[in-house]
Design a binder for this molecule. Structure first.
Ligand SMILES: *Cc1c(COP(=O)(O)O)cnc(C)c1O
Length: 428
């Protein structure tokens, strides 16, 4: 199995090289040259087993193919249950049972396991550099924590992540260091990009990235869609339609990959916040990236969804792509109303991201749609307690893994918005 760049100016490469590289040399995103068909008609009992079935065809000629089973067993060691909601045919696909209580745990753990397996044991350690507005940094930190041969440096904007998010970045210790940068998320991202393209620095230290465009984060996410849909299909004889709270489009692209591989995933709808680049495009406007707007669903605050390039690559034309998806924008006031009404309407307390998806479900039902839908629950509501608790009027208890990290002491280091200071941290 070969992997190509969406920009077509990089020679086809093998999975090992694509995983290590992250971004293709021509600036494009790696995609598999074909979608290998997998028979999902008999569901697996464990998510780890579905992950192995889903990912094996991509690793047939990988140097780590014999370790794939162990990597999947570790990365997919917590369940992704399909929980029935009030109302017939309505479900929540809960992806928040991992160590940082967000869906990014699955892919970060798979990527960390793969990179560790691919690593030359005699090589000096690699520093994974990650700029974060919250969830990604915590998932990457948890995934690489205490892994031999890796250090993690996290950059986050001081004062612009929630207190619980800041704690989740600073609570790891050992090989993980969190820096609170005097600046915005964009400043953090520019610092990280500058370091990753600093050839002189890279001659001194091995740097790596774990950002959301990495193939090693996209492919594993197809596993939970294949798992949920194959179980649903075996029980009900129908495809499972999904509503995906969307920012960079990584999670929604994974649902598409699962469907193209043969998983019984039906329609894929994209729930966006006030950042409405995708709703504009899918309603017929030319694609136009926007600057980012801050919303209650902050992990979806993306004005230029990086995985759009993959989705466009997989369709022959804009018309074909537009025919395949519906995207809808949900504003903050509606997110608040949906969180407030969800316990009575749906029987669950959602996080602000999941609330955008529940709103799309409500609109579908109001319009008379009778198909079965699963809303993807991307994070646990207790991560966003300052928003959610006042709206539902009670405390929301963190799941055990998140509670454990909240109980651990946290430490972060101050860093100016200053490249030379970051360079010293990395080189030192
Ligand atoms: C990252 C994230 C999203 C958006 O996912 P994409 O793959 O970027 O579209 C939605 N909700 C939560 C909680 C997230 O952390």
């Amino acid at each position: 199995m070969k992997f190509l760049s969406t920009r077509g100016k990089t020679p086809a490469t093998c999975i090992d090289a694509a995983l290590v590289a992250g971004l293709a040399p021509d600036g494009g995103l790696y995609v598999p040259e074909t979608f290998p068909p997998v028979n999902f008609s008999t569901p697996s009992t464990s998510l780890a087993d579905t992950a192995l079935r889903t990912l094996s065809p991509y690793f047939v000629d990988s140097s780590i193919r014999d370790r794939l089973e162990a990597i999947c067993a570790t990365a997919f060691s917590f369940d992704a249950p399909l929980r029935p909601l009030n109302g017939s045919g309505d479900h929540l696909l809960e992806l928040f049972h991992g160590p940082t209580a967000a869906f990014k745990d699955y892919a970060a753990r798979f990527l960390a396991g793969s990179l560790e397996a691919l690593r030359d044991p005699d090589a000096p350690p690699t520093t994974i550099l990650v700029a974060t507005s919250g969830d990604t940094g915590a998932a990457v930190a948890a995934a690489f924590h205490r892994r031999t041969g890796f250090n993690v440096v996290i950059l986050y904007p001081d004062g612009k992540v929630s207190p619980r998010q800041a704690h989740g970045l600073g609570c790891w210790g050992d090989n993980v260091r969190a820096f609170r940068v005097e600046g915005s998320f964009d400043d953090c991202q520019s610092l990280a990009k500058r370091a990753l393209s600093d050839e002189a620095l890279r001659a001194q230290v091995r740097l790596g990235s774990a950002n959301s465009i990495s193939l090693g984060r996209l492919l594993p996410q197809a596993a939970y869609y294949a798992h949920a849909a194959s179980h649903f299909h075996a029980a009900h004889g129908e495809a499972l339609n999904v509503i995906v709270p969307t920012g960079n489009l990584g999670n929604a692209c994974a649902a598409f990959v699962a469907r193209r591989m043969g998983a019984p995933v039906g329609e894929i709808r994209l729930a966006c916040n006030a950042n409405d680049t995708l709703p504009h495009y899918f309603s017929g406007a030319d694609y136009a990236a926007q600057s980012t707007r801050a919303t209650l669903a902050n992990a979806m605050d993306v004005g230029a969804p990086s995985n759009f390039e993959r989705l466009r690559h997989w369709h022959a034309s804009d018309a074909e792509l537009r025919a395949g998806f519906v995207a809808q924008s949900i504003d903050d006031a509606t997110i608040r109303d949906t969180i407030r009404n969800s316990p009575a309407r749906h029987g669950v307390v959602p996080c602000p991201h999941t609330a955008t998806g529940l709103k799309l479900l409500e609109d579908l039902r109001a319009a008379g749609d009778t198909r079965p839908w699963a809303v993807v629950a991307t994070a646990h509501p207790s991560k966003f307690e300052t928003i959610v608790e006042p709206l539902v009027g009670h405390e929301v208890t963190p799941p055990p893994a998140l509670a454990a990290s909240l109980a651990a002491p946290a430490e972060s280091f101050a860093l100016g918005n200053d490249y030379d200071a970051l360079r010293q941290v990395l080189a030192g």
